[in-house]
Write a protein that binds this ligand. Structure first.
Ligand SMILES: Cc1cc2nc3c(=O)[nH]c(=O)nc-3n(C[C@H](O)[C@H](O)[C@H](O)COP(=O)(O)OP(=O)(O)OC[C@H]3O[C@@H](n4cnc5c(N)ncnc54)[C@H](O)[C@@H]3O)c2cc1C
Length: 520
């Protein structure tokens, strides 16, 4: 029997937040949430399947391999609401049979060689923040499952000040990477909401995108070099920022979600740490009007570092629950850089946004957003405790399809989660912008049904169908994992699947790497 308190949540129990009275009232009155749901205190782990002979072989190349129950439970799931609900119900059936914590890149390579020979499935584990079932590998057909936790590979290997690149081991967590860079006067500028726990290797493996992507870019665009261990040997890619030497092999590893290799080291471009910041709020009369304005900035500039636009519901709910105050639709416009650059871009943005119909709200809402930007996952735990279901999903599409995608996904969620009770809350914001399109990020809050896992899975499937039917992509930054796989394989078609399976067969002939993740 194993303590669930520490794993079935975001952060540690000491970080827990409680709901404000405004949120409690809203849950009861608007959503029909009836009250706290008891969570199981312990979980039963499936019996470990790796024999002593196999464990001995694994330990001969990596002495830290453990079958300790607490370690297995800590690697049993990611951090989707689905994962948390199942853990809260005491279900830990996806727990690996053993956990390895390699202390050197060579140990990863050696582990893969042993696992390939003995047919042990391998789940690379970075920060464990996957929200798409990326850590729940298929176990049938394998001698067992080994989680390879990369946390000990956390060194800054090299900083090249001239080229402005930094080489890190893949297990380094984002806050530590920023700390190491800050000491040298640099930043990576990658701040996803999972920043506190996610790893650089995980960012690369899932093509992550941070909240400041307008200024610093998506994570996959930051990567200039990758090294990965595969069952057939090392793949070392990226000897120049750009190259015409054939297809770009870095692109094979970016987004490969551990199915082609374990990324052990990566080189990323870095920027001088910003000296100044200016975060402001703007309001627009409608989501359409705001979307027109953020598109104008994305296409014709000036481009801030952070650019987000909430729809009417998200703006109203945030204002009602202690967040930034605004009417209509709130846009957060943040600029970072040197003092001179920030002053210049801020002035240019103010002129442009006013011309696009925006109303300036000053720095208050921008700073409030910045201060609370990592708070949502803690709030989700409190919502789950209170008997609500709370989850997010995301997509991206071209500007001309954005209104239709927004309407279709919203309608699918509203319809599917209304059931016999009260309608859910469906909030949305434009979270990342490009000259040709943008991503939409939805947050859903509803009363928990008797079977909340099945309830959410049905709603998620309806939303995913709506995304696919509207011609958008099944994921802009969460990745594919196991949850999005059926829609992803439809998105890339039979030829796309065959191409990726060919790569997998070449790099991983016995299919031990994250079986069932990304590909069937
Ligand atoms: C509350 C919350 C907020 C989030 N916000 C964002 C956001 O703003 N932006 C965003 O992009 N994502 C977000 N995510 C999703 C998640 O944080 C990202 O997918 C992140 O990139 C995963 O990093 P990780 O280190 O935790 O990877 P893990 O969860 O450990 O792994 C993710 C996948 O990659 C594989 N993998 C991990 N490390 C390696 C490696 N070194 N080599 C090969 N494969 C590997 C794993 O096997 C798994 O399939 C959020 C998740 C949560 C729970």
């Amino acid at each position: 029997m194993n303590e669930l308190r520490d794993v079935a949540r975001w952060g540690t129990p000491a970080d827990a937040v409680s709901l404000s009275s405004g949120v409690r009232d809203l849950l009861g009155a608007a959503l029909g949430v009836t009250g706290p749901r008891p969570a199981a205190a312990t979980a039963d782990l499936p019996a470990g399947r790796l024999s002593e002979t196999v464990l001995k072989e694994l330990r001969s190349v990596c002495p830290t391999v453990t079958t300790d129950d607490a370690a297995r439970l800590a690697h049993a799931a990611g951090k989707s609401t689905d994962d948390l609900l199942r853990l809260r119900a005491g279900q830990a059936g996806d727990a690996p049979d053993a956990v390895a914590r390699p202390a050197a890149q060579q140990q990863v390579a050696d582990l893969l060689a042993v696992c390939s020979r003995l047919r042990v499935a391998v789940v690379p584990f970075g920060g464990g923040t996957s929200v798409v079932g990326g850590l729940a590998a298929r176990r049938e057909g394998f001698a067992g499952v080994l989680a390879v936790d990369l946390a000990a590979l956390d060194r800054l290997v090299h900083l090249d000040r001239v080229s402005r690149t930094a080489t890190f081991e893949a297990g380094v967590r984002a806050p530590r990477a920023e700390q190491l860079l800050a000491a040298e006067g640099f930043t990576l500028g990658h701040f996803p909401q999972s920043f506190e726990y996610a790893s650089l290797g995980g960012f690369a493996a899932t093509r992550s995108s941070g909240q400041a992507s307008a200024g610093y870019g998506r994570f996959d665009r930051m990567v200039v070099g990758l090294r990965a261990a595969t069952p057939i040997g090392l793949l070392d890619t990226g000897r120049a920022p750009e190259s015409a030497a054939g297809p770009d092999l870095r692109q094979l590893l970016l987004g490969s979600e551990g199915a082609f290799g374990v990324i052990t080291e990566l080189t990323v471009r870095v920027r001088p740490a910003p000296r100044a910041r200016h975060y402001a709020g703007w309001s627009f009369p409608s989501f359409d009007a705001g979307a027109h304005a953020v598109r104008a900035l994305a296409q014709d500039g000036p481009l801030p570092t952070v650019l987000r636009l909430s729809d009417e519901t998200e703006t109203a709910i945030n204002a009602a629950t202690g967040g930034p105050q605004a009417d209509g639709c709130l846009a957060v416009v943040g600029v970072e850089g040197t003092a001179e650059d920030v002053a210049g871009r801020t002035a240019a943005l103010e002129q442009r946004l006013a011309g696009l119909g925006g109303t300036p709200l000053g720095t208050g809402p921008g700073e409030a957003w910045q201060e609370g930007r990592f708070r949502a996952p803690y709030l989700r735990d409190a919502l789950l405790d209170a008997g609500a279901i709370a989850e997010t999903l995301e997509t991206a599409t071209f500007w001309d399809r954005l209104p239709a995608t927004y309407a279709a996904v919203r309608a699918a969620l509203m319809e599917n989660l209304s059931g016999a009770g009260t309608p859910p809350l469906v909030l949305c914001h434009i979270s990342h912008v490009y000259d040709s399109g943008a991503s939409l990020y939805f947050t859903v809050v509803a009363a928990q049904a008797e079977e909340p896992v099945a309830q959410w899975q049905a709603a998620k499937a309806a939303a995913s169908d709506a995304i696919a039917t509207s011609g958008a992509t099944i994921t802009h930054h969460h990745g594919v994992g196991r949850v999005h796989r059926p829609w992803y394989t439809r998105e890339i078609g039979d030829v796309g699947v065959a191409a990726l399976q060919g790569v997998k067969q070449a790099l991983d002939p016995h299919g031990i790497l994250n079986p069932g993740i990304l590909l069937p």
